[in-house]
Design a protein around this ligand. Structure first.
Ligand code: GLN
Length: 251
């Protein structure tokens, strides 16, 4: 008997999957897929690479992964020109934008690398500067409150040379419990922007979603605009991964 069509399908668009993909970005997408499938939700992934137009209506969640400075150079101009309007339109209609590390740095206004300034897509008020100091590397844990009064811990790994500073009034994704966060100074990690808090940037990878399945579920539910919470899953293994990531971060 053919499988019944799922009632809902999460449509994900990966931006520059061939270039912006270090530290398990593909694993993050696979986790979203699997958690949808386990619940009988459909999952469809598309991609938009260099010079390819972006469909601002084509996805519920747009994903930009991490990248080396070299690859960010290639993508920054394209993101800020070819894809800018469509990504802004998607964010404005409430689609989730999730940008990790190198992708996060391109969400803002600019990424300064010595004498060179890479443009950002301008979805969040933030600037990043590549400092001369050491790279900010290590296990990291942050406290996030995606819904008021319901704090959660996100645990992961960071490795970045860039230091990010948020503009006035911009909310970080979370408060650093262990690790460096945006710049190693102000205790902020990531950004939560967009009119509904639907634009999210973070330095956490390593990989972000398999270590924080609860966050993946929040992304799925938010991207699909679900009123009801997602059906619970047996998360014994995922909880163990979370506990081990917290332990690695020392909390
Ligand atoms: N190239 C950026 C930096 O080093 C981001 C690196 C990454 O995505 N891990 O700051």
């Amino acid at each position: 008997m053919p499988e019944a069509e799922p009632e809902r399908t999460l449509r994900v668009c990966a931006l520059y999957p061939d270039l912006m993909n270090i530290y398990a970005d593909r694993g993050n997408l696979l986790l979203l897929e699997q958690r949808c499938r386990w619940r009988g939700l459909g999952f469809a992934v598309s991609s938009a690479g260099l010079d390819e137009p972006l469909d601002g209506d084509g996805a519920d969640l747009y994903y930009i992964g991490g990248g080396q400075d070299r690859d960010q150079r290639l993508c920054a101009q394209d993101l800020a020109s070819v894809k800018r309007d469509a990504l802004h339109a998607a964010a404005a209609r409430g689609a989730v934008v999730l940008a990790v590390c190198g992708g996060y740095q391109l969400l803002g206004h600019s990424y300064q690398l010595g004498d060179e300034t890479l443009p950002g897509v301008g979805l969040a008020e933030l600037e990043t500067v590549r400092a001369d100091g050491p790279r900010l590397i290590g296990n990291v844990a942050i406290e996030v409150e995606l819904e008021p009064g319901r704090p959660h811990v996100l645990a992961g790994f960071e490795n970045h040379g860039g230091r990010t500073v948020l503009g006035d009034g911009m909310a970080p994704l979370g408060r650093v419990l262990r690790g460096h966060g945006n710049n190693g100074r102000d205790g902020q990690e990531g950004v939560r922007a967009g009119s509904a808090g639907n634009v999210i940037g973070t330095y956490l990878h390593g990989p972000l979603l398999p270590k924080n399945a609860w966050f993946a579920d929040w992304l799925i539910a938010t991207a699909l605009g679900l009123e009801e919470p997602l059906a619970p899953l047996d998360d014994t293994l995922e909880d163990a991964a979370h506990a081990s990531a917290r332990q690695a971060a020392g909390i």
